[in-house]
Design a protein around this ligand. Structure first.
Ligand code: CMC
Length: 374
């Protein structure tokens, strides 16, 4: 396949919207949400502040943040029939399917008419943002034969998730690590899932449908599904001494190493740099620092020998491992974080909408006649 064709069919560098939400400078390795560098937000803001920034266009002042945080926290509970459904299916449903089903369930209970009204979109978006973590935590507890832990309104978004998952309030440092892990993927321009959300929105469909479509796109191993594969790779490697040979073998077999490469970044993904620091901090307090050591060896090997850098999924997997999150929930953590971006992007699309309808170049047969078939 010619390189021009490869780029074309992957819509590489095609601009499909004007946006005020996220700017990515792939050459410089910069990610900017509404004018703020990701490093600045990761160091100083909470996930709630970043979600507000993405959805409403500016960082909240104290009163706005208090109102937003309280509103979000008050929406965390799930309707009883949905809890019963999660319990019934937790043993057999795949996590992504459970999440999509949860959102479809919420949409089935929402009998408001699907009109193009910003207040309605925001209200539904807030509900999705608040309830996704609860769906995930309840699912994980039910599938492990444990009772769900009801959300607490006095905890922040990240702390409450860990509380619902483990039944214990996390210490501040642990909650802060997760908070940063949620800020980093909160939006990322027109990646495949966000593109999907905007395409669905552009038909003037509802925001539940846009987010369910986005989750369907993020599920694949080339997008959000990579992080679980990263951890499974580390576990297969077992020891830091064999990490280099393992990767060489993968490359020789022409396989993709999960957690490396990116369509947009020509240099290191800035989110990966922050996540490396978090992973190192978490590993230094953990009983099994080998996972971090293996990760670091592979990172250096891939950069020096193959010339490819880590992406978001790589050190997310390490951080989530040390935060005690099961590996099949890693992609769901990505969803949990990205909901803010998907909602923001859907709101922007509704605001200045034109149906997204690209074309394909027809390269098939011409002028066949039914009577001449065989
Ligand atoms: N391991 C080994 N080689 C790679 C990798 C990798 N992970 N990624 C890219 N390459 C090579 C690829 O083989 C190709 O080499 P050549 O030109 O010799 O054939 C070259 O780099 C360019 O690859 P590409 O497939 O044209 O690049 P792309 O922009 O289509 O793919 C990607 C981007 C993310 C799908 C790809 O890098 C990949 O498959 N990575 C592994 C899966 C992964 O980690 N996904 C998470 C993406 S980051 C989170 C997100 O934003 O969704």
């Amino acid at each position: 396949m010619s390189s021009e064709r490869i780029r074309r069919i992957g819509l590489e560098n095609v601009v499909m919207a004007d946006t005020e939400i996220t700017r990515i400078d792939g050459a410089a390795g910069r990610l900017i949400y509404r004018g703020y560098d990701i490093e600045d937000l990761a160091d100083n803001a909470s996930y709630e502040e970043v979600a507000y920034l993405l959805m409403f266009g500016a960082l909240p002042d104290e009163a706005e943040l208090a109102e937003f945080t309280a509103d979000l926290a008050s929406r965390r509970g799930l309707p009883g029939p949905l809890v019963a459904t999660i319990e019934e299916l937790a043993d057999q449903a795949a996590p992504m399917t459970m999440l999509r089903l949860g959102l479809l369930y919420l949409s089935a209970l929402d009998d408001r008419e699907d009109v193009d009204d910003r207040d309605l979109h925001v209200d539904r978006g807030m509900d999705i943002l608040a309830k996704v973590p609860t769906i995930l935590a309840y699912f994980d507890r039910f599938r492990n034969g444990r009772e769900p832990v009801e959300p607490r309104e006095d905890l922040g978004h990240a702390a409450n998730f860990l509380y619902m998952l483990n039944g214990e309030e996390p210490d501040e440092a642990t909650a802060d690590c997760l908070d940063t892990c949620l800020i980093l993927p909160a939006d990322h321009g027109i990646n495949a899932s966000t593109f999907t959300a905007r395409v669905v929105t552009s038909t003037q469909s509802d925001i539940y449908s846009a987010i369910v479509g986005a989750i369907s796109a993020i599920k694949g191993p080339l997008h959000g599904g990579a992080s679980g594969n990263v951890l499974r790779m580390f576990e297969e490697i077992e020891s830091p001494e064999t990490a280099g040979d393992y990767i060489e073998d993968m490359i020789d077999r022409g396989e993709r190493v999960p957690g490396f490469g990116h369509r947009v970044y020509e240099t290191v993904d800035p989110r990966a740099v922050i996540l490396r620091g978090i992973s190192e901090r978490l590993a230094s307090n953990a009983d099994d620092p080998a996972i971090y050591e293996i990760a670091h060896i592979i990172e250096v090997h891939m950069r020096n020998e193959v010339g490819i850098d880590t992406n978001l999924d790589y050190y997310s997997a390490v951080a989530y491992h040390y935060l005690g999150i099961p590996d099949d929930l890693f992609p769901l953590m990505f969803c949990q974080a990205r909901v803010a971006g998907w909602v923001a992007q859907a709101l922007e699309q509704y605001e200045d909408n034109r149906l997204i309808r690209p074309r394909a170049e027809y390269v098939g047969e011409e002028d066949l006649a039914y009577a001449d078939r065989n």
